[in-house]
Design a protein around this ligand. Sequence first.
Ligand code: ATP
Length: 374
Amino acid sequence: MSLELQHVRVMRGSFSLEADFSLQSGKVLVILGPSGCGKTTLLRAIAGLERIQRGQIILDGVRIDRLPTEKRHIGFVFQDLALFEQMRVKDNIGYSLKVHHEDKQQIQEKTALLARRFKIEHLLNRYPSELSGGERQRVAFARSLASSPSLMLLDEPLSALDAPLRREMRRFIRLQLAEGHLTAIHVTHDVEEAVDLADEIIVMRDGAVVGYGTMEELEQRPASGWLARFMNLGLVLPVTNIVAGRASDTLEVETHAGTVLSIPNRASLDISRLSKDKTCLYVPLAATDISENHSDRNIRARILRKIHSASHISKLVLMIAGIENYYFEFPLGSHRTEILQEGKEIEISVDTERCQLLAEEPPALDDVVQPVSG
Ligand code: ATP
């Protein structure tokens, strides 16, 4: 079932949120953003738990924003799961069917079917307090699917789980959503989770959508330096000077780290009108490599921390000219491991063809940096 939000505005106390997007049938949309940006508020509005001030919400061609929650055909799994603690697992799963007066036989059959699908048949007679974290997740998920919803809303359902279980549950959720051809919105502030689950990603900040697209699209063209940094997409370097390059379609960009890089000026920017303190240079992670040879065109960095995430991958926290905010996963490849030690100075080579100027802050640009008057 497809979902469309048209010019929706939601107010919650002094907090205000605007959203305008659509989601195709069978796709998983992940809403990503820092704490307090309005992710839960948006889900609540779609579910009918929050009134909208403006706009329309359309589910499979039918306007639903004036319908009560129970008539919207939406299943949700919230952060706290909200299982009925006094009911056995089987009654939790069958609850919505009972409310809709389905007959006993049908409730039993559907509950058994879901229990098989979610591998919780052996837990049907237990109470929620007798379940592990992962088992509670499965029960909550099964319960939300019992009424065959048109849309699934998942609000950080994995946040209470430890890392290995979270990964396992992520795979499980993805499989269930795909097998059931379900349309779903999943909320998280975990970028790794977003990448794992999403067909499309919406990034929110302070009640506004500041990024929208597939992971690939966001990586190729993040809407702002803030977004690239938040999603850890690559190096985001403050810019101290921009001058026209020798070739007419290039720009010489000096970064706060002192390196001058010659990048393509694809948008034919009028550099006299760029506000340098609001502009940054974005270098996608895929356009960087650790260089073992010195060059003035390399970016110098110091390794603050090194974390092994897998045998051939190294996560590095880098300090670049006094700013510590680069957290990278570098394939070790053929690099000598001794140069990748904490405290070592390294040089990072950059494929300048893939660099671009971005506005530092969202709400950002349609294309590249917007000229600033004055
Ligand atoms: P988190 O990741 O921490 O769960 P979130 O992105 O889901 O955060 P929301 O819960 O949607 O954020 O909250 C958005 C804003 O609305 C916050 O500034 C919050 O303080 C405010 N807010 C939440 N609930 C209420 C309420 N009942 N009354 C007034 N303001 C609220």
